[in-house]
Design a protein around this ligand. Structure first.
Ligand code: SF4
Length: 307
C-alpha cells in the first residue's frame, strides 16, 4: 500500500527536501518526565509504559545510540535524530545543547526531532532548537497533546491542558519551528466528535505535522489494569480506520502526516491485536482513502462524512 498516493507522508516530505530517503533514529537522552518524577505525579499518563522506550539506550552515548540505530535500520541514506524517550526538553538548556549538538553533528544526520510535553518547552529550549534550524537543519518539535479535550486530559492524567499546548505551539511557531502534534484516537469517552474537535483545534492553532496513534493497551500502564477490569476498550480496526481516514480527509494537504497508526509487540502489547502487524492499519486506512478521497478531500464538509 503506497500511502503517498493518498496523504502527505513524512517520508515523501523528507525525500522531496533532501532528494533521498531520510530515516528517523530513535534516541534516549536519559530524561524523565514531570508526570513520573513527582513534579506532577508519579504514575504517569494512564496509557504510558515508559519501559517501552528502551531505557537501556540511555546507558549509551548519543553517538553510540546513533550507530546502533543505523545498524538496525539497514537502510542507507540520511538520518534524523529523534529524541523520543520521555520528555526530551526536560533538562537545563546546557544539558539539552550538549545532547542535541552531539546528535546534530553526527555523520549523515540532517536534523532533529524532539518529542516532549507542551508544558516543558521553555523559551530557552525553543531558542536552542531554532538555532539548529537557522543552521540549515531540519527541526521538528513534537508536542504530545493526545486530545484537545481537557476533561479527557484529566481522565488520562496528562497533567497539562489544551492551554499549555496552545502556548507552546504558538511560541514555537513564532520562532518558525515546525510543530508536529501527537494525537491519540479512541481515548476513553472519545469518539468522532471529540476527535474532529481536537483536529479542528490543532489546525486552528496552526500545525505543520500530525501523528495519529490508536489507543493501545500496553503492559505496565495504568490503563492495562483498567482494561482488565473492563473499564476501557480499544477501538476495532474498522472503527479506527474509519475515523483516522476521516481525520486525514479533513486535514489540509500541506500538513505532513508523520504517522497514521502505531504498532507494538507482545508481551508489551495487550490490545488491540491488530496493532501488532505493521501494515494492517495502514492498509485499512489506505483502502478508505482510495475509496472516499485522500488528504484534504473532505475539507469544509461536515463529519461524519457520507462515505
Ligand atoms: S506519556 Fe510522556 S508525559 Fe506521559 S508519563 Fe509517559 S513519558 Fe511522561
Amino acid at each position: 500500500m503506497d500511502l503517498t498516493r493518498h496523504l502527505h507522508t513524512f517520508g515523501y516530505y523528507l525525500k522531496r527536501r533532501f532528494g533521498e530517503p531520510v530515516h528517523k533514529l530513535s534516541l534516549s537522552g536519559d530524561f524523565t518526565c514531570p508526570n513520573r518524577d513527582g513534579t506532577l505525579g508519579r504514575g504517569g499518563c494512564t496509557f504510558c509504559n515508559v519501559r517501552s522506550f528502551g531505557r537501556d539506550a540511555a546507558e549509551l552515548t548519543i553517538s553510540q545510540q546513533l550507530e546502533r540505530e543505523k545498524a538496525k535500520t539497514d537502510r542507507a541514506g540520511k538520518y534524523l535524530a529523534y529524541f523520543q524517550a520521555y520528555t526530551s526538553t526536560y533538562a537545563e538548556v546546557e544539558v539539552l545543547k550538549a545532547l542535541y549538538d552531539e546528535a546534530a553533528g553526527a555523520a549523515d544526520v540532517v536534523g532533529l526531532c524532539v518529542g516532549t510535553r507542551p508544558d516543558c518547552v521553555p523559551d530557552a529550549a525553543l531558542d536552542l532548537l531554532a538555532g539548529y534550524r537557522d543552521a540549515g537543519r531540519e527541526v521538528w518539535l513534537e508536542l504530545g497533546l493526545q486530545t484537545a479535550n481537557d476533561a479527557t486530559q484529566a481522565l488520562i492524567r496528562r497533567g497539562h491542558t489544551l492551554a499549555d499546548y496552545r502556548d507552546a505551539a504558538e511560541r514555537a511557531r513564532a520562532r518558525g519551528l515546525k510543530v508536529c502534534a501527537h494525537l491519540i484516537v479512541g481515548l476513553p469517552g472519545e469518539g468522532w466528535e471529540q476527535a474532529h474537535q481536537t483536529l479542528a483545534t490543532v489546525l486552528d492553532i496552526g500545525v505543520a505535522g500530525l501523528k495519529l496513534h490508536p489507543l493501545m493497551i500496553v503492559r505496565g500502564s495504568r490503563m492495562a489494569a483498567q482494561y482488565r477490569r473492563g473499564e476501557v476498550q480499544p477501538q476495532s480496526l474498522d472503527d479506527y480506520a474509519d475515523l483516522a481516514a476521516s481525520l486525514i480527509r479533513h486535514t489540509p494537504a500541506d500538513v505532513v502526516f508523520h504517522r497514521v497508526s502505531a504498532t507494538a509487540q507482545a508481551p508489551t502489547l495487550i490490545a488491540p491485536d491488530w496493532c501488532g502487524p505493521r501494515w494492517t492499519a495502514l492498509q485499512a486506512i489506505g483502502a478508505r482513502l482510495a475509496r472516499a478521497g485522500g488528504q484534504g478531500s473532505a475539507l469544509g464538509q461536515a463529519w461524519p462524512p457520507a462515505d
